[in-house]
Design a protein around this ligand. Structure first.
Ligand SMILES: [Zn+2]
Length: 357
């Protein structure tokens, strides 16, 4: 974690107000369902189902405690094991969306890995998730779509079976296939058949790459998986050809503001959202795992605005960037863009004061 969200004395006090940034309508396309489950909910579900959570999930109060990616992944997988019924999926989906809606979230693409729940059928899990998402939309107006994510560690054959399962149980809200998990576990090239099948069926395609791995991962995602979007992608900053290519194509990057990996510091240069923005990449801000890594998206906006000294135009640009990167159908995108534009105009007069209604 680079800094506490909106720390006292932050430059945001002299720039855009935190109230304005919280009220700003927001859209994100990179957020993992189980990474939204707060510790108290994980502890309750684990107790109900007799699952033992790692100490870092039990003893940290409002936060999970872990020292590195592997420990964080261990907690994430234990949280996955604690979600065992359609009702559990409905409850965690609903809770996560309602929490984020308090910070201005209006649209989220939820990444969900069915392979991390091998004991449950795809349809059971998706039924619960969609019920929770529809309830949150009805109650708080936050729209959701689902990215079914392939976990790299299970390999290409399992990925192909997963895509077959997705296609056998179609839902309008399921808009894309993603790829996540440990970037060291398998190359993107192992998943070509799964991506080809998904593309042929009309699904959109995204993949995590260049978060821990190098830029060759990202080139494989572009050339072999033919992705429509890249999740993270910081390694592009070390590859001039890839950087120029993706600045030119303006393929969306779903980047995350709060990241703290040693490999992102190369030759004294930090590879992060600030550097991506300066390079001219098309990127939006995303919370990734707000409960596991934290914080919620509105805190990302508040901290980014302070550190990058955003103007109101910058804030509005990032508010709309998540919609432009989304895989929702055209009618939904147009509706959200119109709603956001009207709301941004309404909020503009209060951008530099705390007087937001
Ligand atoms: Zn992610």
């Amino acid at each position: 974690m680079r800094a506490e969200p909106n720390p006292p004395g932050s430059t945001v006090q002299r720039g855009l107000s935190a109230d304005y940034l919280r009220a700003l309508p927001k859209a994100e396309v990179h957020c993992h369902l189980e990474g939204c489950v707060p510790p108290k909910t994980a502890v309750r579900l684990a107790a109900r189902h007799g699952v033992t959570l790692p100490a870092g999930a039990r003893d940290g109060g409002d936060r999970y405690r872990f020292r590195n990616f592997d420990e964080g992944l261990e907690i994430y997988l234990a949280v996955c094991r604690s979600i065992q019924t359609a009702e559990d999926f409905e409850a965690v989906t609903y809770e996560s969306l309602m929490t984020a809606a308090e910070g201005g979230l209006r649209y989220r693409e939820i990444a969900f890995n069915p392979q991390n729940h091998p004991e449950l059928s795809y349809d059971t899990m998706m039924g619960g998730i969609l019920a929770g998402a529809r309830a949150a939309e009805e109650e708080a107006g936050v729209v959701s779509r689902i990215v079914v994510a392939i976990n790299r560690q299970f390999g290409g054959e399992a990925a192909l079976n997963l895509v077959r399962d997705v296609l056998a149980h179609p839902h309008d809200e399921v808009v894309a296939i993603g790829l996540d998990g440990d970037e060291k576990a398998a190359r993107p090239s192992e998943f070509v058949a799964a991506y080809d099948l998904a593309r042929a069926a009309g699904l959109k395609l995204t993949a995590h790459a260049g978060e821990h791995g190098d830029s060759t991962e990202m080139v494989e995602c572009l050339d072999l998986l033919r992705v429509d979007r890249i999740d993270h992608g910081y390694a592009a900053l070390l590859d001039p050809a890839l950087l120029a290519r993706t600045v030119r194509s303006q393929i969306p990057y779903s980047a995350c503001w709060f990241i703290d990996y040693p490999e992102l510091e190369v030759e004294g240069r930090r590879l992060d959202v600030a550097a991506m923005a300066a390079a001219g990449l098309n990127m939006c801000l995303n919370s990734d795992d707000p409960a596991l890594i934290g914080p919620e998206l509105h805190d990302d906006f508040i901290d980014a605005a302070a550190h990058l000294e955003w103007t109101v135009e910058d804030a509005e640009k990032y508010a709309l960037a998540g919609i432009d990167a989304s895989f929702a159908d055209n009618a939904t995108v147009e509706r959200l863009r119109a709603e956001f534009t009207a709301e941004l105009e309404r909020l503009r007069p209060g951008a530099y004061s705390a007087d937001i209604q």
